[in-house]
Write a protein that binds this ligand. Structure first.
Ligand code: ATP
Ligand code: MG
Length: 414
C-alpha cells in the first residue's frame, strides 16, 4: 500500500464531540470517518483491521456452525408473534414505507432465524445444529458517546444454536464459551467470563468483559480465580469474599462487554412454532441459544487497550499492515530507487507494508503519523541509511532502533 494513493489524510485534531480515546485516535489516524453520532465509515486502513478481525471470528465460528446472512430490513409481521415489535420499539428503527407497510431495521435476528429454522428443523435427527452470520445491526442508542464501542449501525457476529434437550444445549454453550475466549485472546484482549442476568430460562447469561476505564459496565471481579459478575445483578459486593474460590477479595472494575452468550430456552421457538419430532413421533419445542460479538466494539476495545499518548499500538494479529516503511528526506532518485526496492521485496515476501512515499512531507510529520497509525514495525530509509546499505528498524512499542540490511528485515520482524 502506497500511502500517497491510500485515500488517507491524518488529522491533528479529532472532532470536539468525540471524547473516547478509541474514536479520537481512529479518526485522527483516518481509520474511520464519523457520518453522525454512532455511524462511521471505515476508510482503507480501518477496513483492513475490520477484515482481520472478521477473519479471526470466522475461523473460530466455522468450527461451530455454517455461515449465512440474513436481511437488515424486516417486516413487522416477523416481530409480532414474540411481542418484541412493541417491547423493542425504543431500540428498533421502525417506520412505514411509502405504501404504508410497517417495517424495521433488525437490532438482532432471533425472530428471523427461528422463522427460517422451521423449514430446516423437523426431526430430532436435525438437531443439534448452529448457524452464524456477520451482519449489520441497527439500534437507536441514546446519544452514543463511546465511539466505536456503541454505534447506531454496527456489525455483529451472531450465532444461533438449536437443541433437542438441555444436555445438548449445555455442551454446545460451553464450546462457544471456549471459542469466544480464543477469539478475544487472538485479538490481544484479556476477557473475563462474567455472570449476568439470564432472562426467563436460565439463571445467568454470560458476558465477556474487558477491563477498561472506557467501559460502560461495572463488574465485581476476583483477581485470584477470575470469577466475575455484572454489578447490575450482583450477589456479592465490592470488598467481600469471592463466592467461587473463597479466598480472593471482590473488586469493582469498569469494563467493556465485547461479547454476550444467552440461553433462550423456548422463548422464541414457542411463539414462532419451531418444533421437532422425537424418535417416537412426539412433538417438542426446539431449545435455542444466541451468541453475539460486536465487531466495531472489538476494534474500539483493542484501541482503548493498546495505545499511548502518541497513537495506536496495533497487536500484530489485527494490524492493517505489519511494517510502516518511511522514505525520509529529500526524494533523490537513488533514495527512491532504494526504498522502492525494499518495498517491492517485502511485498514479494508476503509482508504487508504501508509505504510512506509522500513527497513534500517533513520527517517530523512522517514519524508522528507512523506513531499515530501504530503499525507494529517502523522501517526508515534516509540518505544516511542508504549510504550504509541499511534500513533502520524499530518496534512501535519500543524506543530502541536497529540498522539492518534490506535482506535481513524479514528475519528480524518474524
Ligand atoms: P449493551 O449491554 O452494551 O447495550 P447488549 O447486551 O444490548 O449490549 P447484545 O444484544 O448482547 O448487546 O449484542 C451482542 C454484542 O454486540 C455485545 O456484546 C456487543 O459486543 C455488541 N453490541 C451491542 N450493542 C452494540 C452497539 N450499540 N454498538 C456496537 N456494538 C454493540
Ligand atoms: Mg449485554
Amino acid at each position: 500500500m502506497r500511502q500517497s494513493k491510500l485515500f488517507l489524510k491524518t488529522q491533528r485534531e479529532a472532532p470536539r464531540d468525540e471524547t473516547a480515546a478509541n474514536a479520537q485516535l481512529l479518526i485522527r489516524a483516518n481509520f474511520i470517518h464519523k457520518l453522525m453520532a454512532g455511524v462511521y465509515s471505515f476508510l482503507p486502513l480501518g477496513f483492513k483491521v475490520k477484515e482481520k478481525i472478521i477473519r479471526i471470528i470466522r475461523e473460530e465460528m466455522d468450527k461451530l456452525g455454517a455461515e449465512m446472512i440474513m436481511p437488515a430490513l424486516h417486516p413487522k409481521s416477523v416481530w409480532e408473534p414474540t411481542g418484541r415489535w412493541k417491547a423493542l420499539s425504543k431500540v428498533m428503527y421502525q417506520f412505514k414505507d411509502q405504501t404504508g407497510r410497517e417495517m424495521g431495521l433488525g437490532p438482532t435476528h432471533e425472530e428471523v432465524i427461528a422463522e427460517i429454522a422451521k423449514h430446516v428443523i423437523t426431526s430430532y435427527q436435525d438437531l443439534p445444529i448452529a448457524v452464524y452470520q456477520i451482519q449489520t445491526k441497527f439500534r437507536s442508542e441514546e446519544r452514543p458517546k463511546s465511539g466505536l464501542l456503541r454505534g447506531r449501525e454496527f456489525t455483529m457476529k451472531d450465532l444461533y444454536s438449536f437443541h433437542a434437550d438441555d444436555v445438548s444445549l449445555e455442551e454446545f454453550y460451553d464450546r462457544v464459551k471456549e471459542s469466544y475466549q480464543t477469539v478475544f485472546k487472538r485479538c490481544h484482549l484479556k476477557s473475563y467470563v462474567t455472570e449476568a442476568s439470564g432472562g426467563d430460562f436460565s439463571k445467568y447469561s454470560h458476558e465477556f468483559m474487558v477491563e477498561s476505564p472506557a467501559g460502560e459496565d461495572e463488574i465485581l471481579l476476583c483477581r485470584l480465580c477470575g470469577w466475575a459478575q455484572n454489578k447490575e445483578i450482583a450477589e456479592g459486593k465490592a470488598g467481600g469474599r469471592c463466592p467461587k474460590c473463597g479466598k480472593g477479595v471482590l473488586e469493582k472494575v469498569s469494563s467493556i462487554e465485547v461479547g454476550n452468550i444467552f440461553k433462550l430456552g423456548t422463548r422464541f421457538s414457542e411463539p414462532v412454532g419451531l418444533v421437532f419430532k422425537d424418535s417416537r413421533g412426539a412433538t417438542h419445542q426446539v431449545i435455542m441459544a444466541s451468541y453475539g460479538i460486536g465487531v466495531e466494539r472489538l476494534i474500539g476495545t483493542i484501541v482503548e487497550e493498546h495505545h499511548d499518548e502518541r497513537g495506536i499500538i496495533w497487536p500484530e494479529s489485527v494490524a492493517p499492515a505489519r511494517v510502516h516503511l518511511l522514505l525520509i528526506g529529500e526524494a533523490a532518485p537513488a533514495l527512491i530507487k532504494f526504498t522502492d526496492r525494499v518495498y517491492d521485496d517485502l511485498v514479494k515476501a508476503g509482508v504487508e507494508v504501508l509505504y510512506d512515499d509522500r513527497e513534500g512531507v517533513s520527517p517530523g510529520e512522517k514519524f508522528a503519523d507512523a506513531d499515530l497509525i501504530g503499525l507494529p514495525w517502523r522501517a526508515v530509509v534516509s540518505t544516511k541509511t542508504v549510504a550504509a546499505d541499511k534500513v533502520e528498524l524499530k518496534r512501535r512499542a519500543e524506543t530502541e532502533t536497529t540498522l539492518v540490511k534490506p535482506k535481513e528485515i524479514n528475519a528480524v520482524i518474524k
